[in-house]
Structures are given as C-alpha cells and as structure tokens.
Design a protein. Structure first.
Ligand code: GMT
Length: 408
C-alpha cells in the first residue's frame, strides 16, 4: 500500500509512534510518505520506501499565526494525488484530521485516499475539549474513514465526549521494538549517570504540567532518604525550571541530572533501575512501555490508559495521582530488594514482549487499513446523534465521494 503519515515531528509519544509505525510498515514493503512541517525526530538515515515531504509555509507578515492546517491540507492533497496514496493516516486529531478532511474534499471528484485518524491523548482529553476546538475536532474525527485509539480508556473518552458511536473506534495499542528496547547488549552509561553505584531512577517526558514533574522530584527525595539513588531526567519543556527549583528546595539537586532532549532513550533506559511516571492523565504512557521493554520496573499513577499497560503489582506499582508517599514506598520496596527487583523487571519485559511487540501490533494496523480501503470498517454514515456543524438532518457523504459528487 501507499500510505501518507502526518504527525507532530517534535518530541512526544504520538510523533514517536507515527514514525516507528511508518518505518515498520516500510520494512514490510509499504511505501510511506511522511508529511509534516519538519522531519520527525525518530526519522533518521536513508530508508528504502520512506519519503519525507516538508510542509511549506509562507511567513507573510500579515499572518501573526501562519495557517499551518491549510498548508498541511495542501501538502496532503498534493502528495496524495501525485503518489496515488491509498491511505492518509494522521496521528493526533488536531489539526491533522481536519487537514486530511480538507485534502479529501480537494480531490475534486476523484476517489482520493481513505483517512485514518489515530487518537493519542490530549487531542481528546484536553485540547480537543476546549471550546475553540471541540466542534471541529468532533466533526473531523467523525468524518475519518477509520478511527483508532491507543487504549480502551481513550476509546471510551472519545465516545463519551465526541458522540462517536460504539464500535467505530478500533483500539490498537502502541507498540515497541523489543529487539532495540532491551536490557542486554546495550552500551550502559551507568558509570556516568551514577558514578557512586547508586540506583538510577529515571523519568522521560516533555515536562508539561500533565506529567507532574515536581512529583517526580518529590518521590525521588523520599526514595533517597532510604536508598542511595540518582534521578535522571530526560526531556525538556515548560516545567523543567519548577522541577529544578523543587530539587533545590528538597536539597536533592546534587543528585538530580537533567539530560535534556535525547533521541536514543533506549540506551538510557537500558541502565535504569526504576521509571517514574506520576502523570495527571495519560492515555497510554508510551514511555512506561519503553521502560518495561528494557526490564525497568515502573511506578506510576493509576490514571487513564496506564493500567492497560503497567499491570499493577507485576510490572511495577500504580498509585493515586499525587500520592508521592505511596509512590516512594512502592519504589523503595522494589529498589531495596534485589530479588523483588529481578522479578518485577522480568515481568515488565515479558508484558512488553507478549502484549506490545511491534511484530504483533503493526499487522493489526495493516489489517485495519485493508478494512478501511475495502470499506468493510464501521462507516462514517453510522454516526449517532446530530452533527452540529451540518445542516439539520445532516449531509451523509458516502466514503470516497466528495461534496461535488453529491451535488451533481
Ligand atoms: O496527548 C498528548 O499529550 C501528546 C501525545 C504526545 O504526542 O506525546 O501523548 C499522548 O500520546 C502518547 C502516544 O500514544 C501516549 O503514550 C501518551 O499517554 C499520550 N499523552 C497523554 O495522554 C497525556
């Protein structure tokens, strides 16, 4: 198949998943066209059957906010027409699903590619619920030919908040290359990260408020009272200064290492002893899965889709959001007992391999594309409720047609 993929190219789970998916699909013989404003951060080196199309945008002074969604729609339309794409698969609904819908309308009577939208998290739980985005998000996802969500939690949130009929959203969990993300055969940086032989506690994120990075520091300070440990923070974002301040106020700053953004987190995770993810909300928690694949026990909050990934008591522990005492206690129970650590580490790895290996999940996407292209997937016509942006009674567009065709 010829597949276009649009995602945010910056650091973040949805871009990482989109890129890994494209690369895996190319390995399996598909032709992949990434369409975004910059090269996705995990797309490096030459790969056969993989193309990158940069979205061009004019920086005209009148545009205080350059209309990226429109430029993306034009790029999608051009790439889809030129390469005769079968599918455009967009990751994170805003604005990608809307741009894809516009691109489809621009096909001018031609069949055009099918649009598959994968919902990742805050596109549904946060940004998509804002009044300035809610109706367009609702419209665009309901108009996608195929809809997937990365967890059951996110599927249910979408059905509840966006009026999508039960059965329309396919849950396809995120996946991991368990050959790359593993404990053995990796150059381990333990001597640099923890020169005193301390346990390595790690957190990887984009340091946004939803990640509660200050809680990471709070938990770490409590762990350090009982177990010699170093905190390695990977990533960057708006809450980094707060995390730094909290480390100073708790007098653990000398034991905290801010590494900033990193592309090869597998190398770092391969020498971590514990992963902390105390997020306020997390529709899946890809970073937790990456840690588990590397045999790293995870202590996280019991929110969103995390319980579908981190099995509580097996791969680590889940506690209520903000329960820094409980998280520290759980972490010490694991870090302070080598046998317990080895058991949890093994279980985490096994869960990652058994449930989320790329070799299992990527074929599920392929099968879904086939269903969407053949039109056997639950259709946009099967939407429940009124679509507020359509005229009363609604306008039902058959898959693969445009309004031009309908009008004629
Ligand atoms: O929704 C976001 O916050 C952005 C997105 C990203 O690009 O990092 O993260 C979401 O997608 C990831 C990949 O599917 C999931 O692992 C994250 O749990 C999810 N983030 C949230 O739900 C907060």
């Amino acid at each position: 198949m010829k597949i276009g993929i649009s995602c945010y190219p910056t650091y973040g789970g949805s871009g990482a998943v989109a890129t890994e998916l494209g690369l895996e699909l190319a390995e399996r013989g598909h032709e992949i066209h990434f369409i975004s404003y910059a090269q996705p951060f995990r797309l490096d080196g030459f790969r056969e059957r993989v193309y990158f199309h940069e979205v061009e945008m004019d920086q005209y002074p009148l545009f205080e906010h350059p209309p990226y969604s429109l430029a993306l729609a034009v790029a999608m339309h051009e790439v889809a027409s030129h390469y005769d794409l079968d599918v455009v698969h967009v990751h994170y609904a805003i604005p990608h699903a809307t741009s894809a819908w516009i691109a489809r309308q621009m096909m001018n009577g031609l069949k055009g590619p099918r649009v598959v939208t994968t919902l990742h998290g805050t596109d549904i739980t946060l940004t998509g619920q804002h009044p300035s985005f809610h109706s367009i998000t609702r419209f665009s996802i309901r108009r996608s030919d195929g809809l997937t969500a990365v967890s059951q939690f996110l599927r249910m949130e979408t059905e509840r908040n966006f009026g999508v009929e039960e059965g329309r959203i396919r849950v396809i969990p995120n996946f991991i290359d368990t050959d790359r993300y593993r404990r053995q055969d990796k150059p381990c940086h333990r001597a640099t990260l923890a020169p005193g032989g301390e346990k390595i506690v790690m957190h990887i994120s984009n340091f946004r408020p939803v990640k509660r990075v200050e809680d990471v520091v709070e938990v770490f300070a409590r762990i350090r009272d009982r177990v010699p440990a170093r905190l390695v923070l990977v990533g960057d974002g708006p809450d980094r200064p707060r995390a730094q301040q909290r480390a100073e106020s708790l007098e653990v700053a000398d034991h905290v290492l801010f590494l900033g953004k990193h592309t090869s987190v597998d190398e770092l995770l391969a020498c971590a002893d514990l992963f902390l993810l105390p997020s306020e909300s997390e529709s899946f928690g890809l970073a937790a899965l990456e840690a588990m694949a590397c045999g790293v026990p995870v202590v996280a909050s019991r929110v969103g889709g995390l319980p579908e990934v981190v099995v509580d008591g097996e791969a680590g522990a889940l506690l209520e959001v903000g329960d820094v005492e409980g998280m520290a206690e759980a972490a010490v129970q694991i870090l302070g007992d080598d046998d317990r650590w080895a058991e949890v580490s093994r279980a985490a790895r096994t869960l990652a391999v058994d449930r989320f290996d790329a070799r299992k999940i990527v074929p599920v996407y392929e099968a879904f594309y086939r269903e969407v292209v053949e039109g056997t997937v639950s259709a946009p016509g099967a939407i429940s409720g009124e679509d507020p942006v359509l005229p009363a009674g609604g306008v039902t567009m058959a898959r693969g047609t445009t309004s031009d065709e309908e009008d004629s």
